[in-house]
Design a protein around this ligand. Sequence first.
Ligand SMILES: Cc1ncc(COP(=O)(O)O)c(C=O)c1O
Length: 381
Amino acid sequence: MTNFDAVHERRGTGSSKWSKYPSDILPMWVADMDFPAAPEIVDAIRNRLEHPILGYGVARDELRARIVADLQSKYSWTIAPGDIVFLPGVEPGFNMALKAMLKPGDGLVVQTPVYRPILNAPGHWDLLRHDAPLRPGQSSYAVDFDSLTAALSKSRALLFCNPQNPTGKVFTAGELGEIAALCEKSDALVISDEIHCDLLFDGRHHIPIATLSEDAANRTITLMAASKTYNIAGLKTAFAIIQNPSIQEKFIQSRLGMVDSVNILGLEATLAAYTSASKWKAAMLAYVEAGRNFLSEQIAARFPNIRLIKAEGTFLAWLDCSEMGLAPDPQTFFLEHGKVGFSAGAEFGEGYANHVRVNFGCPRSLLEDGLNRMENALARR
Ligand SMILES: Cc1ncc(COP(=O)(O)O)c(C=O)c1O
């Protein structure tokens, strides 16, 4: 079994996370984890390489059947194998969905703060972005239903993210029901990025928004992948679930010539992840949840002016540093004075320049190192 405490050198491996900064900076930004993939997945890739012809691939029936069975057992969601469309990533998936289903000038709702490629996607297709902010509460982020209703009234679609990046919010059944009802009322398409769906804490269960009703199933394009949970994002393999045949047809048309083929090793890895890596997943989740707890406790004890609502899922923490007065902004401050590289809050929407996003999907010693670097930066102020 993987030793999640072990630190693996990733510099020199072409890792985006570890190539961005000079070697004295500890990178805690882009959303991949510093853990080796499950041995079952590595073995599956190795086995595939025993056959040295690496031509274009197609998802095997076995993989479709596995996903169908998985969605049934996890969410009581009944889909057909043909409802699945494979993609080289969730980000290409939501962009293809926007290209297929909306036209320039249409409105699109996003809930801020949000993952930068979601925030920027409307701009790629000349859509008008309408932000519906999530509001920080005592122990969770809340949906501001008034802004969501107002934004939907001007829009053709909602680009939804659950579990949410960067807040780590996991939407409750009640919230999802209300969101689905609002989308039905406004006749809005729902593009639901559920890439973090297997990374939930405290015994929470993910609910795909498409499972809420027949109407929701008919108006939703759901995007999922094994990539975040099993730390295989570099294999660029994901899938859409589209139960409405006319939406699926438009989606497939718009994808042709751009993102129509999928990485063959990614398909093997995805099958192995869903077939034989469940023990690894459980161990990883326990480790990452403990890391989430450790980070929250340490922030509360050592940085009482930083506000942090505990992530309910993902391996990301959203730190509100507004009360600290860190110039010019907390990301630059911690990078320059502490040598730790977080994601800058401004990337996630307007009004978040005083936040940073911290990736805690790493061995505990790296997390401790990151916290110490923050402390040293503040001590030197
Ligand atoms: C919410 C969310 N969606 C999509 C992606 C990117 O997915 P992919 O690499 O499959 O395009 C990420 C990666 O950080 C993410 O956090």
